[in-house]
Design a protein around this ligand. Sequence first.
Ligand code: MBD
Ligand code: FE
Length: 282
Amino acid sequence: MTVKIFETPEVQDFLKTVSGFEQAGGNERAKQIMHRLLSDLYRLIDDFDVTPEEYWSTVSLLNSLGGQTQFGLLSPGLGFDHYLDMRQDAIDAEAKRNGGTPRTIEGPLYVAGAPEAEGFARMDDGQDTSGETMWLTGQVRDVDGNPIPGAQVEIWHADSKGNYSFFDPSQSDYNLRRTIYTDSEGRYTARSIIPSGYGVPEGAPTDQVLKALGRHGERPAHIHFFISAPGHQHLTTQINLAGDPYTFDDFAFATREELVVEGKRIEDSAEIAKRELEGPFT
Ligand code: MBD
Ligand code: FE
């Protein structure tokens, strides 16, 4: 039995009441957005003949997502984070703010307050013995190519098992999270360990949603960056390590061609020793 009631005046009036249109006070934008959101969902229930059982199992899923603070994890999986970036790209293009490293999503795993350093930092606490040493170096430049000394470079990434400190209780606080200020040439260097890709926890509510869509919850190995300097637009971005099976199959849609980087393997023991001794160098 299918019934269609959405277009009836009763339902349309009911939506206005629920959205607070008949009340003074509250927030006008909240009312408008809620009215639109509820209208779209009421219409969906009508169009798809959503049953009470389906509705209540959705409520239960939302409760478990919230209870495990996983909406921030499902969000990139549903493409919202990338969609917001696409809008920001369009806003920049409209304002003729062109050039520079492309932005990509922040993701849900940033933690503020990482240890700070000038020019060079070691990022790992030495506990991840299966991690391979990684040297990471770069230069912050403005869109005309001029180096920016003193730029703030926040870097965070997963360990060799794909886990992040604070979310993985086995790691020390701020492991693989550092803030480095660029040197007089705009350069920064970090000694860390090569991260592995991240996978959404098996069986978690986010995983359940992705499974229902026939999708996986894997991300390629990646390293997050926030770059900021006075007088410049803040940049949120990541690099992806080339050669990962998920580089172009990221559940969070964060890979961009220009952000895929090829690592260079250092085998020469003299070169390795020199790096270990000197630390900060490019
Ligand atoms: C991550 O490490 C991440 O960067 C994103 C976007 C989602 C889940 C885990
Ligand atoms: Fe990440």
